[in-house]
Design a protein around this ligand. Structure first.
Ligand SMILES: C[S@@+](CC[C@H](N)C(=O)[O-])C[C@H]1O[C@@H](n2cnc3c(N)ncnc32)[C@H](O)[C@@H]1O
Length: 210
């Protein structure tokens, strides 16, 4: 049964499953609320978060001292993405662009690409220097990022890897952890409860009572 948002937002989360300072790659696709609340916006597909709420996530506590942040932004959320990158403790260095071969929405340019911001903290060099910044992958469902990103990330960067706002577990044998409100999350983030925290807590309470 789907847990109602009001229920899981009220529970306390602890950091007991998280591995502080351990992830060398943070791969994140936040639910930006910027220009997404219209009838054809992302709000029709999933919950959105404000910029302040995204910035407040303690991502810096999860990342290793030498780590990389790969952050998807919508075109309208590009300045917000740079703010988030700084708030999470990363320094913007470059970006890649996913060309979707598709003419999307837009009052100005019609969107046919998405931007992946690349930030670092400490020393986080690429291990493969042949990767182009133009990513030519087919478009899938609404807001779904290409499955091809997973082997690409593994090729350029060593893990452990954390995907934030995941909607499915990466199809990989490498050390990936996931977190989001539509998956069975591997970690908890203090102050940012998701339904699987609630499920874990119910099981624990049930065990105690039984
Ligand atoms: C842009 S989508 C991610 C899409 C994903 N990268 C993919 O390729 O399918 C953003 C995700 O963040 C989730 N989300 C929204 N609010 C959240 C919250 N408060 N905590 C955790 N996840 C949230 C949404 O439900 C959605 O699954």
């Amino acid at each position: 049964m789907r847990v109602q948002k009001e229920e899981y937002m009220n529970i306390e989360t602890t950091n007991q499953n998280a591995k502080p300072k351990s992830f060398r790659v943070i791969y994140a696709d936040p639910p930006w609320d910027i220009a997404q609340t219209g009838a054809r916006g992302a709000v029709a597909h999933y919950d959105l978060m404000t910029l302040d709420r995204i910035k407040a996530m303690p991502v810096g506590e999860l990342a290793a001292d030498n780590a990389t942040l790969l952050l998807w932004v919508t075109n309208a959320a590009l300045p917000a993405g740079l703010e988030v990158m700084e708030a999470w403790g990363f320094r913007y260095v470059t970006n890649a662009v996913w060309d979707k071969y598709y003419i999307g929405l837009g009052n100005y340019f019609r969107g046919s690409h998405e931007i992946l911001l690349h930030g670092v903290r400490g020393k986080a060099p690429f291990k493969y220097h042949g990767q182009r910044s133009t990513l030519l992958f087919p478009r899938e469902d609404h807001s779904r990022k290409p499955a091809e990103m997973i082997p690409l990330i593994e090729r350029i960067l060593d893990g452990p890897y954390l995907e934030l706002f995941a909607r499915q577990r990466p199809n990989s044998l490498k050390d990936w952890s996931i977190w989001g409100n539509e998956v069975d999350s591997d970690i908890t983030i203090p102050g940012f409860p998701v339904p699987s925290d609630f499920a874990a807590q119910s099981t624990t309470n049930g065990d105690r009572e039984g």
